[in-house]
Write a protein that binds this ligand. Structure first.
Ligand SMILES: [Zn+2]
Length: 102
């Protein structure tokens, strides 16, 4: 399978999925994903997405607890039209979820 964004081949990896919109924020380690080494796009299969959603919805006892550093973004919002930065490649926790049925 090729990257839905840039068309390059995807490779199988285990990744960490961070969700900051939950309270508390959660990180799930070792999630299988197809990853684009060119643009950082991640593609998750449907069963992996279901497991992620199960963990998020149940929030059972975690394997461990980490603290998190929180910063406020102080810079002004850039004007429309500037090039987009791929946050996944920059190593942040901003992810795009794409479910596959195959
Ligand atoms: Zn790509």
């Amino acid at each position: 399978m090729n990257c839905p964004r840039c068309g390059r081949p995807l490779v199988q990896r285990r990744v960490s999925v961070c969700m900051c919109d939950t309270s508390p924020a959660i990180k799930i380690e070792g999630v299988p994903a197809l990853v684009c080494e060119n643009c950082g796009e991640r593609v998750y299969k449907a069963d992996a997405m279901e497991r992620i959603e199960d963990i998020r919805d149940s929030m059972g006892a975690p394997d461990r607890v980490e603290s998190m550093l929180v910063y406020r973004f102080e810079l002004p919002i850039p004007p429309v039209g500037q090039p987009l930065i791929n946050l996944a490649t920059a190593g942040t926790s901003v992810l795009r979820y794409t479910a596959l049925t195959s």
